[in-house]
Design a protein around this ligand. Sequence first.
Ligand code: NIG
Ligand code: FE
Length: 412
Amino acid sequence: MRSLFINIRELVQIRDSSVEKVSGSEMKELPKISNAWLFFENDKISDFGKMEDLSEIQVDQTIDLTGKIVLPSWCDSHTHLVYAGNREQEFVDRINGLTYEEIANRGGGILNSAKTLNETSEEELYEQSAARLEEVIKLGTGAIEIKSGYGLTKEGELKMLRVIKKLKNNFSLPVKATFLGAHALPSEYKDRKEEYLDMVITEILPVIAKENLAEYIDIFCEKGYFSVEDTNRLMKAGQKYGLQPKIHVNQFNAIGGVQAGVTHNAISVDHLEIMTPQDIKSLTGTPTMPVALPGCSLFLSIPYTPAREIMEAGLPLALATDFNPGSSPSGNMNLVVSLACIKMKMTPEEAINAATINAAYAMGLSKTHGSISKGKKANFIVTKNIPSYAYLPYAFGTNAIEDVYINGKSVN
Ligand code: NIG
Ligand code: FE
């Protein structure tokens, strides 16, 4: 199928396909063509340019996008989209004064989700997760990472990873799987953290490798959860099985998780609400992508990742939803981009770079996704009639998306 979009008001995030990420002041630039055309064949972008330079192309369909904007679909590099049930009662408890920490200490939080997940069948878990994935695709997400971490038993973790694999097989967008067995210590292992990690390493990791169930390995490196020593141990074990680190660090405390991530060549370090100058320094000159999750900051009323300081240090930054039932029950990347502008003082250019090319990098997809580049996948967002790309973060809460294309096909 040969398709041509014409009269595009703004074709945004056009890049040479060699660009894998943008850092520091490069993030201020969002290359675009006004009054553009875009030609794609089957699932790949073939060419694009200015309307005035359009010569005759043989196509099967021509779509007039007068007044509309085209940009690469969002890449969501950090989600926990596979979960069972919800935690709206904890949300109400927090409104009534309990903290996230107090709820977790009472056996709520991650352990609450783990209990529900272990009581839910694989089929039911798949149905709930597939419905969420369908929803976020309609909101413009065209590539996604999904973590385990609500099983916390061998069976539960493998069930989650098999559901992720099934989503990967049944949906056309790329789905990257991350093993987060060390998300919290299950109550059966209270005061026996070493034994839990032994179980994760000796009983779960070999099955993941054998069945090819994950590409990345994660840990919640945080006071009261897992230490830097635990992180070092688990990342080393994961690497033996070919799993690259991609870790939760600095959500509530800076305990050295960023440095541990850098040491183990993590593809990304995520959360970063609490950052020391030393944390920022340790990321300089490394291939590790810092990832901010402003939906979590909004929902838990915790600080936002210091995006300006990170970018002013010359670092790249990516944005993701953290879609999960406890700290960010939304997989809406449009809202994340708005929050980045409103609360983190990122410009629309910086936020869109962070949610496309840099987010693709944070899950190893920037050779095929994250920009409008010749040869990359034909994954786009087509907006409604809007004045400019800055309108997207500006009109927060408005759905400005008319259609989403995955591999050259409209999802409508
Ligand atoms: O990324 N911080 C750790 N994990 C999740 C939240 C887990 C939960 O509350 O269910 C996060 O915020
Ligand atoms: Fe998370």
